[in-house]
Design a protein. Structure first.
Ligand code: CA
Length: 232
């Protein structure tokens, strides 16, 4: 049973119908909004678990909807964008969106994004906020002690690798942009920081992942950023 409520913000009838049919079939509750104003009203009055937000709305830019919701709520927002430009996804993620889907997308893709977000919601409610120890699969991070372990053995991380691991784990399930990560690790985001980030991410993965070529913990979003996934 899937009692999660999804707010679908979409003005294109065929995409809206596809989303609604998929949600119904998979036992999600849903709310509908065809423009930004209605979306904000529905979000405020019904407090949905997840928002699926089209960026191209008839009355306002979807970016405004993200900024408005983020001023009072951390509810997960998955941006649905017709624009294939990375810059739009990046702007949306930096404004506080959690994830993105690019049109055209398959039903399986949409369901996968919802599942990742739901898993994050469940873990936010348990281990991340309340405890200073983070656990994900065989990975354990003791934030207070400043140590990380894999299958019980301490990982020998450089300070930057450890910072990267902390930022990703504290935002489990969220796609973090290069800018977000570099600003948090180095305090600024310059052109060559992204190149450095790639190098540190590669060394971190060598220590963390059984197969760095097909990573289990840290997912790459080419041209956008990285995300830590919940590992069962
Ligand atoms: Ca649209």
């Amino acid at each position: 049973m899937n009692k999660c409520t999804i707010l679908v913000v979409e003005d294109d009838p065929s995409i809206k119908n596809l989303m609604v049919t998929t949600l119904k079939t998979h036992d999600y509750n849903y709310l509908l909004a065809g423009n930004g104003r209605t979306a904000l009203m529905e979000a405020a009055s019904h407090n949905p678990d997840i928002v699926l937000l089209d960026l191209g709305l008839p009355d306002m830019d979807g970016m405004e909807v993200i900024k408005n919701i983020r001023s009072w709520s951390t509810m997960p927002i998955i941006v649905v964008s017709a624009r294939s430009e990375d810059s739009d996804k990046i702007r949306a993620l930096d404004a506080g969106a959690d994830d993105y889907l690019t049109k055209p997308f398959s039903v399986e893709e949409m369901l996968a994004r919802l599942r990742v977000t739901q898993r994050r919601l469940n873990s936010v409610n348990t281990d991340i906020v309340q405890f200073s120890v983070f656990e994900n699969g065989a990975l354990k991070i003791d934030y207070a002690a400043g140590c990380a372990y894999l299958e019980g053995a301490e990982l020998h991380l450089t300070p930057i690798e450890y910072k990267l691991l902390c930022i990703l784990s504290k935002n489990l399930g969220r796609v973090l942009t290069h800018t977000f990560i570099t600003e948090n690790v180095w305090g600024h985001s310059w052109e060559n920081d992204v190149a450095s980030l790639r190098v540190f991410m590669a060394t971190l993965r060598k220590k963390l992942e059984a197969k760095p070529g097909s990573p289990q913990y840290i997912q790459t979003h080419v041209g956008v950023g990285y995300r830590m996934l919940r590992v069962e």
